[in-house]
Design a protein around this ligand. Structure first.
Ligand code: AVJ
Length: 333
């Protein structure tokens, strides 16, 4: 657990414990077996992910940071004074700091993340460096509708920031649903700035998810540690192995946990059987082109408003503005 330096009220909106149990049981009961990637991020998983971002093979974070630093002034032009900045899946505040340093006074900064410990810690770390800034964390699943705090609603406009290629964790249809949901949450006149990993040679992709130090393997296996702890599971960690590979047809990295033998595992009192080599599919990390993400966003009601990449074209930051005409009728607020 991350030690909390100071207690701060965080807006929470989901019944996570029982959702985790229900999702794990239904995912492990399905064929093929799967668990959603969002469940990697307990306190340990969030810290392991921070370590991944520092690995020599894991290029996305460094590329994105470079683009943000080099293009901060251009990106800041999309965030007018008085706007509220809403960060989806905020995690560490490293990236938003670059943006916050480049923009003029904001109505509020609203980090939204599934991990309450992470949100709390980042708010505590950020506040002293931006004493004027209203930091209003919201604990929520970014794929679901959630409410923004009142000062963010009162701002003349809201800008969404969705860095880290987290959008790659969604199936394309879910990414489209996320983009529509973000449009509804941010409202009329909104801008959305997305960091997306780009399609590139397979060797580079495979290396990024199979690091020599084994941190990605530990991150993947931590899901079983979490299930054991929170759901009374009895997974034996040395009987499962980390598998990660690029699926060219679907433009995605897949991560799996493969059972090294035929075995039975108990989770929440239920017995789950594994064949030798059978896997739990734990993550997809979709890779986009500028065009493919643009097309997805357009279909969800957003117009392209800017693209920045690093010199090797490994990673992209893409901006969109909400179209005046909605592609789907708005239901309820
Ligand atoms: C946080 C979803 C962007 O897909 O690269 C890193 C997660 N998984 N290594 C990614 C991850 C394994 C990461 N995202």
């Amino acid at each position: 657990m991350v030690a909390l330096a100071r207690s701060r009220r965080i807006q929470t909106q989901s019944d996570d414990e029982s959702a985790f149990e229900a999702d794990v049981l239904s995912g492990l009961g399905a064929t093929p077996k799967r668990v959603a990637a969002k469940y990697f991020y307990d306190a340990t998983g969030s810290l392991l992910f921070e370590r991944i971002t520092e690995l020599p093979e894991y290029y996305p974070t460094r590329c994105e940071m470079t683009i943000l630093r080099d293009r901060a002034a251009d990106i800041a032009k999309l965030i007018p004074q008085g706007a509220a900045l809403v960060e989806f899946g905020s995690g560490s505040s490293k990236k938003v700091r670059i943006v916050l340093e480049a923009v003029r006074r904001l109505a509020a900064y609203v980090p939204v993340d599934i991990c309450a410990e992470m949100l709390e810690q980042e708010a505590v770390d950020l506040q002293p460096d931006f004493p004027q800034l209203k930091v209003l964390p919201v604990q929520a699943d970014i794929a679901q509708p959630f409410r923004l705090p009142a000062p963010a609603m009162a701002a003349p406009m809201r800008v969404g920031f969705f860095p880290g290629s987290t959008i790659g964790n969604f199936e394309p249809h879910e990414a489209a649903a996320f983009l529509r949901n973000a449009g509804r949450i941010l409202g009329k006149g909104a801008t959305l700035i997305i960091g997306a990993d780009l399609i590139k040679p397979v060797e580079i992709l495979n290396a990024a998810y199979n690091d020599a130090a084994g941190v990605t393997a530990a991150f993947n296996l931590n899901l079983l540690v979490r299930i054991n702890r929170e759901l009374g599971g009895d997974f034996k960690l040395d009987t499962f192995e980390h598998h990660a590979f690029y699926n060219r047809e679907r433009h995605r990295i897949e991560m799996h946990l493969a059972s090294l033998k035929r075995q039975k595992v108990k989770v929440s009192g239920e017995t789950i059987e594994f064949r030798t080599g059978e896997t739990i599919h734990t993550e997809n990390s979709y890779k986009y082109s500028i065009e493919s993400l643009g097309a997805l966003a357009r279909g969800a009601g957003w117009q392209p408003a800017g693209v920045w990449t690093d010199e090797r074209n490994y990673f992209s930051i893409q901006a969109f503005t909400l179209s005046e005409r909605r592609t789907t009728p708005q239901v309820g607020g």
